[in-house]
Every structure is written in C-alpha cells, then in structure tokens.
Design a protein around this ligand. Structure first.
Ligand code: GTP
Ligand code: MG
Length: 370
C-alpha cells in the first residue's frame, strides 16, 4: 500500500500538520507529522477536512479542491481555454493574431500592446474565449504529466498546401492522450496549392474523423492571412464550450497555473498565471511551486493594471520570490508565514526527491489502532 507523511499531506491540503495530527489522534491513530499514513487513512483525512482527492497514479494522490467540491450554487460559467497547436509554419501565430483582431474589447482598450503568452478575446457575440499561445509540445506534455491540464479545447492547425506533418501527428496524439476535444482548422485555403479535402481524408489515417467525413470532430477552413472562416471557427469553439459546460467558483481564494515565467530586468520575477478557480487579487499571499509571494500588481493581456482576475483569466503576476516553472500551481494562502512554510517545504521535497528514497512504510505500526 502507498504511504504519505502527515507533513506532506498537510502541505498538499494547505492545512496545518498539527491539525492533521489532532484529527488522527481522535481517529485513534497517535502519529507525529513525520510519520507516514496509508492511502486509505489519507483519503479519510482529506474528506474529513472537506477536501476532494483524486489518484494521480497508483503511488500518488493529489489533493484537489475540485469543482464537485464547491457548494451548490457557487459555480458560474467560465470562458473556455483554447490551445492552438500544429506543425511549424502552418500558421498558428497568424491564426492567433487574426483571432485577436476580432476582439471587440481590444479596440476599446486602444489595441493590444502586450503579449503575455495567453490572452482573452471578447468575441462579437460578447462571449469570452481564452487562448493560450502554443506552448511547445514538450511544455504541453510536461504540464499534462503534472496534472496541470489547463486546456479545454485544442485547435489543430493544418496548412492546406502542406497537409499532415510530424508535429501535426504529435499534436493529435497529445490532444487524444489529454482527452481534450479538438477542432481542426484547415489554414491557408487562400493558397493556390491548397487542398482542404485532401487534409480531411489524410486525417482518417490518424483516427481523426471530421464531420464532413462522417465523424464527430469539427473542422473549419480558414485563412489567417485573408481573415476568412474566423467567425465559423469562433462559433465552433463556442459550441464545443457549451457542450463542456465549463464552470468555476469565482468567489473563493484563487488557484491558478503558471503558463510561463521569467526574470524581468526591471520588474523581477514575473509569472503569467491562468486563474483556474477563485479570484486572484492584488495583496493576496500565495505559494507557487517552490516560490511564494504577495501579489504586488496584476497586469492583463492588454498591458493594463487590474485589481482582480477571475476564472479563465490570464494575468501577469508581480511580487514573486523567484521564478516558478511552467505548469506549477499557484495557491493563495492565509498569511506570509504559511506561504514561506509551504514554499520551503516544497523546495525541500523537490530536493529530497532528487537525493533519497520515499519514507519507509509504517503502516504496520498503526494498523494495531484499527
Ligand atoms: P511556427 O511558430 O514557426 O511553428 O509557425 P506558425 O505555425 O506560427 O506559422 P506562422 O503564423 O508564423 O506562419 C508561417 C507562414 O505562413 C508566414 O509566412 C505566414 O504569413 C504564412 N501564413 C499563415 N497563415 C496563412 C494563410 O492563411 N495564408 C497564406 N497564404 N499564408 C499564411
Ligand atoms: Mg508561431
């Protein structure tokens, strides 16, 4: 059976180790924070503390305050998060730019002045869609492996004049493995050499059956250059999003995922966070990966300072102790001491994972208390 130390479990739950020890004592298990408990006991404790859990793998449980965990009536619709993938030069960036060009809010704000790797577009219907600038495929699998599956929908861009290429296949495989619905955007249809039908047929070889071929996968012909097919693409994204019934509770401490992070010369460590649930506010104290901090400023995708960011909103966060990794989770905690404690603990865990084995299984020790 798998085990976890009380301290690590407390850390993952963002609860105090002493409180877990107390609860365990009441359950008839006198253990210290450094001792291990088995998975069943851990799950019992997690439920006891009102958290939810999921098994990431046989040997690891991840504590998640999942949406199912939220009290009735607190869940509100949120914008879909869409990632655009595809082969080199097939027009991912051009398509993203074209879609940004449809942003009705961008005009009002005086144009998009900043690129932060993730942005939210208000489409003509008034709905919002969050686009993630294509992370390298490496980053995508890395984030998926870490359970940070931030994408709701993937758009696979295929150039009509070039067809299915190695990175197209990779993108299809990643998307399938992640269990995320895909929309195929057949791009560059303005080019004389383009053949959209050939692309649809070729996709069959990779088990992608688009609607026109009798399947379920939506496809749309676009030209990022001539800006055609964009409305249809947006409609298909919204239709897919509606099916997914995406919701989140905006009224709780924020939790988000690092999309990208770097050390900025003037501003120090900066992370682009995609808020998953809750609302991130200026002044919030947080832990992100092995780093911690206090939100000094939030900057939206239009380069504007904002006070808050809710679910599916990407923002740049200033005020970090260091540079976190892509895919790391940002969690708002109650105070700075707690933030430092969790961050130091995580840093220690990362160090230990590199150097030593997991703690011994002490299940037999407390099985006598059952
Ligand atoms: P990487 O980021 O390098 O993988 O490329 P990408 O997929 O982002 O492609 P990008 O948008 O940079 O476009 C590659 C080239 O294709 C550029 O020269 C674009 O101008 C051109 N291109 C993109 N979309 C279209 C289109 O719809 N029609 C035509 N004719 N050219 C396009
Ligand atoms: Mg590009």
């Amino acid at each position: 059976p798998e085990t976890i130390t009380v301290a690590e479990l407390a850390n993952r739950m963002a609860e105090r180790g002493a409180d877990l020890v107390k609860a365990l004592f009441k359950m008839g298990m006198p253990v210290t924070v450094n001792q291990t408990i088995d998975q069943d006991t851990a799950e019992l404790l997690i439920t006891e503390f009102g958290h939810n859990f999921k098994r990431v793998s046989e040997s690891d449980i991840d504590i998640v305050a999942s949406t199912e965990d939220e009290p009735e009536g607190t869940l509100l619709p949120r914008a879909p998060v869409v990632t655009i993938m595809g082969h080199v030069d097939h027009g991912k960036t051009s398509l993203l730019d074209a879609l940004r060009g449809t942003d009705v809010a961008a005009g009002e704000a005086g144009g998009i002045t900043q690129h932060i790797g993730a942005y939210q577009v208000t489409v003509p219907s008034g709905d919002k869609v969050t686009f993630l600038d294509t992370p390298g495929h490496e980053a995508f699998s890395e984030m998926r492996a870490r359970g940070a599956n931030v994408t709701d929908i993937v758009i696979i861009v295929v150039a009509a004049d070039d067809g299915i290429r190695p990175q197209t296949i990779e993108a299809i495989n990643h998307t399938k493995a992640a269990g995320v619905p895909m929309i195929v955007a057949i791009n560059k249809v303005d080019k004389p050499g383009g053949n959209a039908q050939k692309v649809r047929e070729a996709l069959l070889q990779y088990d992608v059956q688009v609607e026109a071929m009798g399947g379920e996968v939506q496809d749309v012909e676009v030209s990022a250059l001539k800006r055609t097919g964009l409305d249809e693409l947006i409609d298909k994204i919204l239709l897919q999003a509606e099916i997914l019934e995406l919701k989140a509770n905006p009224d709780r401490e924020a939790e988000g995922t690092v999309v990208e992070a770097q050390l900025d010369k003037g501003r120090g460590p900066v992370a682009t966070i995609l808020v998953r649930k809750g609302t991130l506010k200026v002044g919030d104290i947080f832990v992100v990966g092995a780093e911690s901090g206090k939100v000094r400023a939030l900057i939206d995708d239009k380069g504007k300072q904002v006070k808050t960011a809710g679910p599916s909103v990407p923002v740049e966060v200033l005020g970090l102790s260091g540079v976190p990794g892509a895919g790391d989770t940002l969690t708002v905690v109650e105070n700075e001491a707690r933030a430092r404690e969790v961050a130091e603990y995580r840093a220690g865990v990362i160090q230990r994972k590199r150097t030593t084995q997991a703690p011994a299984n002490l299940e037999s020790m407390f099985s006598q208390f059952r």
